[in-house]
Write a protein that binds this ligand. Sequence first.
Ligand code: PGA
Length: 242
Amino acid sequence: MIAGNWKMNASISSTGEWLAAMADTAVAGRDVLVCPPFPYLGQFQEAVAAGRLLLGAQNCALEESGAFTGEVSAAMVRDLGCEYVILGHSERRALFGETDELVLAKMRRALACGLKVILCVGETLEQRQSGAAESVVAAQLQLALEQLSDDDWCQLVVAYEPVWAIGTGETATPEQAQSMHAFIRGQLAARSEQIAEQTRVLYGGSVNSATAAELFSQQDIDGGLVGGASLDAEHFLKICTA
Ligand code: PGA
């Protein structure tokens, strides 16, 4: 799976141009997912209906519906054709104070609405330098591993995104990424061998067309979550075919 996370970028016209550039290109054998900002989800309906792309949201509300000004519910994004939602992204954790407990509650809401979840985990530079990278990632996985059912886990994708590599141009080396992915696989295996085998673990953090092939060829890397480089259709396609 290759997932594009547009974050708070794009416009109606740039989204139209991106879709036009992607129109004739099917990426066989890959799940290509795009997660644009909420206002542009509606522009993807044709591409989704034609099976060219999968659509995802970058976040959803904890609550089901009601007096929550400014929030967008899981059911609403599902209604707009989203199959996935990204939860626990480091930007949401750092800038909006999202905790593991909140992320778990949102996961439950999203799963109840029929969405699949991309659960993001990853350590900061400080945490890596102090040798805490694995314990931080384990802690971020813990609630989901303890509290979600095997059926829920069938709907989950994990994305390992070291915070120090996000938007910095500094990619984890394939060895660094593989090592953490193997650790994550081990965490999943401690819960269930089947979950470890079936769950896709994506790498994210400054993935680009030059680094993608080597990253994706690592044994435990099942694809990518791509931020900046997914905004440019041509560049994104190169990553998808890497
Ligand atoms: P980046 O973002 O590819 O721009 O580093 C990745 C992400 O935050 O999902």
